[in-house]
Design a protein. Structure first.
Length: 201
């Protein structure tokens, strides 16, 4: 049974989950997916519904590569400031977008513009069919577009067994940092997993 919010996976197994905010220039996202495939890595991508609606081929591209696809709200607004009806609409509309494009609303929901889900967010996510909200314990800082070395050090400096790493699809620095991050994980005996594999009993 998952908690209302998942911040990390089991600390007694040498696995980490790379999770990605799913939005951005399709060319950059495609390059990132190709890099992941070259390293034979599977990740969990939490997609913004309006982005998927505008780039519908990306949904199948992500799934066909063996990645997990989940919900990151429809418009990526500040969901922590929304009332119950607004929050539900943002989650449910993205779920419907995912269902229409893939046949499934996905297993995972990550709130937009907040690391942690409020009680309102948790309740509305459950109402929309998501058992748990997905947080993280490692912030790669890639969304700030720093030098790649900063993303690598922020990630490897905090990661440990069971970590959930927050990353972003639409930033070229993420692509540059990915190889060194994977090398660093491997050197520590850590392997990558999708969220569902990370928390599987």
């Amino acid at each position: 049974m998952l908690p209302p919010e998942v911040v990390h996976g089991p600390r007694n197994r040498p696995a980490v989950a790379l999770t990605f905010h799913g939005q951005g220039d399709p060319a950059i996202v495609t390059e990132l997916l190709s890099k992941l495939e070259a390293h034979d890595v599977r990740v969990t991508i939490l997609a913004v519904g309006s982005w998927l609606a505008a780039e519908p081929a990306m949904a199948r591209r992500i799934l066909n590569a063996g990645h997990e696809l989940g919900n990151h709200t429809q418009h990526h607004l500040d969901i922590a400031r929304m009332n119950e009806a607004q929050a539900f609409h943002e989650i449910d509309e993205c779920a419907r977008t995912l269902q229409r494009l893939t046949g499934s609303p996905g297993t995972w929901f990550r709130p937009s513009q907040t690391q942690h889900a409020t009680p309102i967010i948790r309740a509305q996510a459950a109402r929309a069919g998501y058992r748990s909200c997905l947080s993280y314990d490692v912030d790669s800082l890639d969304y700030t577009d720093p030098p790649a070395a900063t993303v690598v050090s922020a990630t490897l400096g905090a990661v440990r067994n069971g970590s959930i790493v927050s990353m972003h699809c639409g930033h070229t620095v993420t692509i540059a940092a990915l190889g060194p991050i994977l090398d660093g994980l491997h050197a520590r005996g850590l392997h990558t997993a999708t969220m569902s594999h990370l928390v599987a009993r």
